[in-house]
Design a protein around this ligand. Structure first.
Ligand code: ADP
Length: 248
């Protein structure tokens, strides 16, 4: 039988077994951070070539190590974020924000990826100017980046991605549409579960963790917002993000 144990630090209640698992993930993720940061630092030193001249092959190999290390750092950060969600420790650092600006920042960060993948991009603001909203900018930018990044990652070369931000009476709705691989209909129910990855994406994008959307949903719900999607396999996907404009 699973007993409930009061977690005084979190102020929440998790079943004992769940709490042990979450504690294990939190502790090991923290432990992994230090060596991963050291690897990152030494890779950077090697690439400056101050420790010795490198030939082209050595630079290519070190850059591969750098990419893998960045993926490991991102995974550890995601695991820590998942633990925070499960322990009810999500803290929002809210301030006034312009959603269009947050979207534009995420778009700018993805421009070169879209160009390299030959993906055409379109951004539209409907019913602007948009009202200022009160959100945790870092967390909402992360959600937007995740949705945009997925749209680009899961769209084959030559496809298109369209982002629309629309003012509705009580909320701002942001949609991310792509002409990509879509989500198989019988898997759609699992989409926001931890570690879920579609059976149709493992070959085209072997590196994903399946944690992004789980974290995104928790972050959006912490803002009293909503996240949902429509998708057809082989045709494309649209994700929607809505955030309230009225303070509750
Ligand atoms: P990751 O991208 O690291 O696998 P996410 O949690 O962001 O993790 O996404 C979970 C899964 O949802 C993806 O692996 C993919 O199968 C599916 N998915 C998300 N966005 C899209 C999209 N725009 N098009 C097709 N599949 C998607």
């Amino acid at each position: 039988m699973i007993k409930a144990l009061k977690d005084t630090r979190a102020g929440g209640v998790l079943p004992t077994e769940e709490k042990l698992k979450t504690d294990f993930v939190t502790l090991s993720s923290h432990q992994l951070r230090t060596p991963l940061s050291a690897i990152k630092w030494f890779i950077e030193i090697l690439l400056t070539q101050r420790a010795g001249k490198l030939n082209k092959k050595q630079i290519d190999y070190i850059k591969e190590i750098q990419r893998s290390n960045e993926r490991a750092i991102a995974l550890v950060n995601d695991l820590l974020q998942v633990s925070r969600v499960q322990e009810g420790k999500l803290h929002l650092d809210t301030a006034e924000a312009d959603l269009a600006q947050l979207v534009e920042e995420a778009v700018d960060a993805h421009r070169s990826l879209m160009t390299n993948n030959n993906i055409s991009f379109h951004l539209e603001i409907i019913n602007g100017p948009l009202p200022i909203i009160v959100v945790d900018r870092v967390k909402i930018r992360r959600v937007i980046s995740n949705l945009l990044n997925n749209a680009v990652k899961y769209t084959p070369r030559g496809g298109s991605v369209r982002v629309v931000v629309k003012k509705e009476p009580r909320e701002l709705v942001c949609s991310f549409s792509d002409t990509g691989v879509g989500i198989p209909v019988d898997e759609q129910e699992q989409l926001f579960q931890r570690f879920f990855r579609g059976s149709n994406v493992s070959k085209i994008q072997p590196d994903g963790t399946g944690l992004g959307l789980y974290i995104a949903k928790s972050l959006v719900e912490a803002h009293k917002g909503k996240i949902w999607f429509e998708s057809e396999e082989g045709k494309g996907t649209t994700f929607y993000l809505s955030l309230p404009t009225t303070r509750k």
